[in-house]
Write a protein that binds this ligand. Structure first.
Ligand code: PLA
Length: 503
């Protein structure tokens, strides 16, 4: 197999050696070939990929070592140019290709801005450490909580001896029914008229991803508008699905409130037929939601402009403690007869983080359209993950489908939402008492849901972790769900120090 200049270069990818030569030799199938490569074709190559590799200078060594090598390239590449020689002025050198991984060009990905915080937390050995990064509920003892209703539902499932057969592509029918009813209300006309297409998804993230894939396929070129700021993964989801997005104004730092005028102006300016991603309740990371009157105006504008709302409902029950109240925004759109997409998650409200249970819903104008939309959502799901996991779906179906368990769930959710509110109040009290400057910390009380958006910048957030062992996301968000009453005073000290002593 002969190596050409382009194949030699592409086999190198962006890794390889510090090339000073214009001449690449390649050996494959026991034959040594060489080619001149124009300098500019090599100019993008860096030395990063070969650190730790030896460079040798004798060709005989090469022949001995590599005589058995056969070509195998990345898919689509014809030629493999396993050892590579470089002639540089009077010297001939060779990269020891046997040690060069075909993955050498793969660069290190940055840690995830949210889940990466937990990794840093785990590595910290201090007793004082506190993880306020990921939005995961903890007890006052800072331990994870499995809800009683979940334990009861699982017991029931175990006793009934359920099997592990594949679910249908669209998921568990009882779950899909329960989740749509929880979202829209059990007596929703849209459900009764068969206008809701529901497909079980891999929690909120997987459901958003399925929705994004649907937009990419059936609304090619349509743009998604995302709030600024938003949950960090939204941009990744639409990027990976190949859906163009831009941001609409949302947060006003001066008032630590909603920039409603900015939001409306940006939605108005978006090309007609755009998708507007809205947090159904408990906006992440700001904890600031539109008022009911503002939701009406948002719906008016979306209708007027021919846009479509794509709701992300990851915290139903966590904003107010009421499942119904937290679905008001979504129900308002449905009541007006607007078509919408909604991604749901049971990570937080049922504490089923690791079960990956959620759904994508399309509420549309007719049952006929709903059937077709559902068939296409299934078609997208099948090659991605085939069919969803069953365990979480059965838990949700059991809890929502059993009146006693459902009531108990509501009580447990109120308890969780209540504990977060108590911690919020205590943090505010501690900040206000300790900070003698007169700064108004009341935004902490006004924000809702799991988070508080502190306004701390990146350097201040770094100080929180480096000096105080308090881990939070670098956008200044803290998860109050991971805070205990006992730690509020310590956290207030850390925030005040970071706010005033770090720029
Ligand atoms: N949508 C929003 C707005 C979220 O905040 C999250 C989770 C999800 C969807 C998806 O969650 P799921 O896939 O588990 O259902 N946000 C967390 C966790 C709680 C995370 O980043 O994955 C957060 O800390 O922001």
């Amino acid at each position: 197999m002969a190596a050409t200049s382009s194949s030699a270069v592409s086999a190198l990818g962006s890794a390889a050696v510090r090339w000073t030569s214009r001449c690449i030799f390649a050996l494959a199938d026991n034959r040594c070939t060489w080619t001149f490569v124009p300098q500019r074709q090599l100019s993008g190559l860096t030395s990063a990929g070969v650190s730790g590799q030896k460079v040798v200078s004798t060709t005989s060594f090469v022949k001995r070592q590599f005589s058995g090598l056969r070509g195998a390239a990345f898919p689509g590449q014809k030629v493999v140019s396993t050892p590579l020689f470089v002639k540089s002025n009077s010297r001939t050198t060779m990269t020891l290709a046997a040690g060069v991984s075909k993955f050498e060009a793969v660069t290190m990905a940055p840690p995830d801005p949210i889940l990466g915080v937990s990794e840093a937390f785990r590595a910290d050995t201090s007793d004082a450490k506190l993880n306020l990064g990921v939005g995961a509920y903890r007890t006052e003892e800072l331990q994870p909580l499995v809800l009683n209703v979940v334990k009861k539902a699982e017991k029931k499932m175990l006793e009934s001896g359920e099997n592990k057969e594949y679910l249908p592509i669209e998921g568990l029918a009882a779950f899909n029914k329960a989740t749509a009813e929880l979202l829209l209300g059990a007596d929703s006309p849209a459900i009764k008229e068969g206008r809701v297409a529901t497909v079980q998804g891999l929690s909120g993230t997987g459901s958003l991803r399925l929705g994004a894939a649907f937009i990419q396929r059936y609304f090619p070129g349509a743009k998604v508008l995302i709030s600024s700021p938003t949950w960090g993964n939204h941009k990744n989801i639409f990027n990976d699905a190949g859906v163009p997005w831009s941001e609409y104004r949302y947060f006003e730092p001066k008032t630590v409130g909603l920039d409603f005028e900015g939001m409306m102006a940006d939605i108005k300016d978006a090309p007609s037929g755009s998708f507007i991603l809205l947090h159904g309740c408990a906006h992440n990371p700001t904890g600031i939601d539109p008022t009911p009157e503002q939701w009406e105006k948002i719906a008016d504008l979306i209708e007027e402009k021919g846009h479509m709302a794509f709701f992300d409902v990851a915290y139903q029950g966590f904003a107010s403690g009421s499942l119904d109240q937290d679905a008001d925004s979504v129900r308002l759109f449905v009541k007006r007869g607007l078509e919408i997409l909604v991604a749901q998650s049971y990570s937080k409200n049922l504490g089923l983080y690791a079960e990956r249970i959620g759904a994508i819903n399309a509420v549309v104008h007719s049952s006929d359209v709903a059937v077709r939309v559902k068939s296409q959502l299934k078609r997208l799901a099948r090659p991605m993950y085939s069919n969803p996991p069953v365990h979480g779906a059965k838990i949700v179906a059991n809890v929502v489908g059993d009146a006693a368990l459902f009531d108990e769930w509501r009580a447990e959710m109120e308890m969780m939402a209540g504990r977060i509110k108590t911690v919020r109040q205590r943090l505010y009290d501690d900040l206000s008492t300790k900070d003698k400057s007169g700064k108004d910390w009341s935004f902490v009380l006004k924000q809702i849901g799991m988070f508080s958006f502190t306004g701390l910048n990146r350097a201040q957030s770094d100080n929180m972790s480096d000096k105080w062992h308090v881990y939070m996301t670098k956008d200044g968000r803290i998860s109050l769900a991971g805070l205990s009453l006992a730690k509020c005073s310590y956290l207030a000290d850390a925030i005040i120090d970071s706010y005033y002593n770090v720029q």
